[in-house]
Design a protein around this ligand. Structure first.
Ligand SMILES: NC(=O)c1ccc[n+]([C@@H]2O[C@H](COP(=O)([O-])OP(=O)(O)OC[C@H]3O[C@@H](n4cnc5c(N)ncnc54)[C@H](O)[C@@H]3O)[C@@H](O)[C@H]2O)c1
Ligand SMILES: [Zn+2]
Length: 358
């Protein structure tokens, strides 16, 4: 049997160090970990798909099911969860267990960080995006109105248990969305890590042990950034690569384009602009685009309008004054933060991109 523990690691945090375990026996883990009074917040789709796994562990007194959508990830969406927690007698010493993707994580971590001034929580990520990215890093944001990730802080779980068997039931779109998100790590890391995915794309999609290796690689890359700069004041901002454009695309399409797919488009827009600003070799952009195209596949941006995109970009929290704070690319493993005035030249680039001419 493969030694799954070789993938385990710890993350150093200014709030609380925490541990990531790769395991294939979630039921036993939960039976061991869960104590009386603990409470689950679980993605309703995951709960019904894995009824057998959770049988005898979840009951109506200790469990809140959520529909994973961006509207739920809001103040309004957290109210029934908090209500249910307080009514069930949940106390400060009890723990929250989140089971689901990035939305379940963000809702639970946000509540864990504010309820009774903070309660312990653990996470069982079930989407590729959550397993290979969001489960570490301590961010807890929820959305405000149509603006994404506006309210929150930093509050890591104490333990994360990753079981890649959950990925057997995710949709093709969610698998691609996860891969889009993972691409920003491998591109910001090195040509070698990029090639790991670009050269083995089909095998990674079909072979879960190869996908597990990519998940582990991306988490290790992210660990390097967040242990240096947990609170996103310096080098961690490079991880915003593809995200300024990605968040703008998500918000103006009313989240019809999933997060990781929007980020895949966002990286290509950032690369195109990097080429125009003579930072990036056009051949590197094309090499990356060959991979990104497989990820965004049937989605396209042709119906989007430049001024609407620009307006959404102007709301990005990383902007400074009237300048856009964008992460551009010099090469594999070499991102750079630039403050860019959205002048006529920049608007021209966005126009070119959206009309499909570049
Ligand atoms: N906190 C962070 O650091 C961080 C980082 C990146 C992204 N995010 C946030 O995460 C969200 C995106 O995460 P996501 O893609 O996991 O979203 P999600 O939680 O909505 O999951 C995507 C879809 O997959 C379904 N799903 C989850 N696990 C499944 C399984 N095992 N089988 C079948 N279906 C399953 C969900 O029901 C949902 O329909 C966004 O809101 C994004 O802003 C947060
Ligand atoms: Zn992301």
């Amino acid at each position: 049997m493969e030694d799954i523990q070789v993938y385990d690691f710890d993350v150093k945090s200014k709030i609380n160090d925490y541990s990531v375990y790769f395991r294939d026996n979630i039921k036993e883990i939960l039976l061991n970990e869960v104590k009386e009074g603990d409470f689950f917040v679980i993605d309703s789709k995951v709960k019904s798909l894995y009824e057998k796994t959770f049988k005898g562990i979840l009951n109506s007194h200790n469990c809140f099911e959520i529909d994973a959508n961006e509207t739920m990830k809001s103040y309004e969406g957290t109210i029934p969860v908090i209500d249910s927690l307080i009514k069930s007698g949940f106390k400060k010493k009890n723990r929250l267990f989140a089971i689901g993707g990035g939305i379940t994580q963000d809702v639970t971590s946000f509540i864990a960080s504010v309820l009774y001034r903070g309660v312990e929580w653990m996470f069982i990520p079930t989407s590729l995006l959550a397993q290979g990215d969001s489960c570490i890093g301590s961010k807890t944001s929820i959305n405000f109105k149509e603006y994404k990730n506006q309210i929150g802080g930093f509050y890591p779980p104490s333990k994360i248990f990753i079981d890649i068997k959950f990925l057997d039931s995710i949709s093709e779109t969610d698998l691609k969305s996860g891969l889009g998100e993972l691409c920003h790590y491998i591109i910001l890391s090195s040509k070698k890590d990029f090639n790991l995915v670009a050269d083995n794309y089909n095998e990674i999609i079909e072979d879960r042990s190869k996908l597990k290796h990519v998940i582990s690689t991306c988490l290790q890359i992210k660990k390097g950034f967040i242990e240096q700069d947990e609170f996103d004041e310096g080098i961690r901002q490079l991880l915003n690569y593809g995200h300024s454009f990605g968040h703008a695309i998500e918000s103006i399409t009313n989240y019809k384009i999933p997060h990781g797919i929007a980020v895949a488009f966002g990286m290509d827009i950032a690369n195109y602009i990097s080429v125009e600003y003579e930072m990036l070799d056009p051949e590197v952009r094309e090499e990356i685009k060959t991979l990104l195209k497989k990820i965004w596949h049937s989605f396209d941006l042709t119906s989007l309008d430049t001024s609407t995109l620009l307006n959404a970009l102007s709301k990005d929290k990383k902007n400074v004054g009237n300048k856009l704070g964008l992460i551009l690319l010099n090469d594999f493993g070499n991102g750079e933060k630039r403050l860019i005035l959205p002048d006529e030249r920049f608007v021209g680039y966005l126009n070119n991109y959206l009309n499909g001419s570049v």
